[in-house]
Design a protein around this ligand. Structure first.
Ligand SMILES: [Zn+2]
Length: 235
């Protein structure tokens, strides 16, 4: 019997993917700095104004990528920074430790809600952001399990977009009563009632439905079963 490669991800595995991602979008100055850093020096690239975790990969910042790839690029970068940081501190990481380091804050569907009538809206960009968050964690876990985490993450980054996943999520949103638009813009006024009382809102997956997360503002009429003008709602 021989010792096989352990099912872990190392600092260098994550660093290699991060450098490739940064070079692919022509962010060469950061690619050079990440490529030259040691695990001990890596934390010095993070924190403070203009640091690596302030970087947003997007066309507006003159990076070379299609607009629809921006959510995946930023989610992948964010998870790689977390994995590099955790691995620089703890050494190689198991799948559970690597995925945990990425956190769960992005595993929600962001969108808009009218607090008066409850009209909810998501955009193709919001669907992409949740699918990217799920896909990066899955590629990380599967890659570590198959002892090739860098290849798995690079295949996700350079492969075709997960259009089936995006469409399934949009279908699930619509079945949960949430509207969908291709346009990436603020929802104000509300298309349902014309009110300007709209806000950013988040939903999470719950089996076959999407339900509001606990940190949203409450709808105006949700407390006592009355509408905002004090009358009983019509059933
Ligand atoms: Zn409304």
């Amino acid at each position: 019997m021989f010792w096989s490669k352990p099912k872990t991800i190392s600092f260098e595995d994550a660093q290699r993917v991060l450098v490739t991602l940064l070079r692919d979008v022509r962010c060469n100055s950061w690619a050079d700095r990440v490529s030259a850093t040691s695990p001990n020096a890596f934390p010095s690239l993070l924190g403070g104004m203009g640091s690596l975790n302030d970087l947003i990969i997007c066309q507006k910042n003159h990076h070379e990528l299609a607009a629809e790839r921006e959510p995946l690029a930023n989610e992948l970068m964010s998870c790689l920074l977390s994995v590099c940081y955790a691995a620089s501190r703890d050494g190689t990481l198991t799948a559970d430790a690597a995925v945990a380091s990425c956190g769960t804050i992005n595993l929600v569907l962001p969108g808009w809600r009218c607090l008066v009538c409850g009209y909810g809206l998501i955009t193709s960009r919001s669907a992409r952001s949740l699918i990217s968050a799920s896909d990066v964690r899955r590629a990380l876990r599967d890659g570590i399990d198959q002892r090739s985490p860098s290849d798995s993450l690079l295949a996700l980054w350079r492969g075709p977009e997960n259009l089936n996943g995006i469409q399934a999520l949009i279908d699930k949103a619509q079945k949960s009563g949430i509207q969908y638009t291709d346009e990436d813009r603020w929802m104000r006024p509300c298309p349902g009632c014309g009110s300007s009382d709209t806000c950013i809102y988040r939903w999470r997956q719950d089996h076959q439905r999407l339900i509001p997360t606990d940190d949203n503002l409450p709808l105006r009429n949700s407390c006592h079963g009355t509408t905002t003008n004090g009358k009983q709602p019509i059933h």
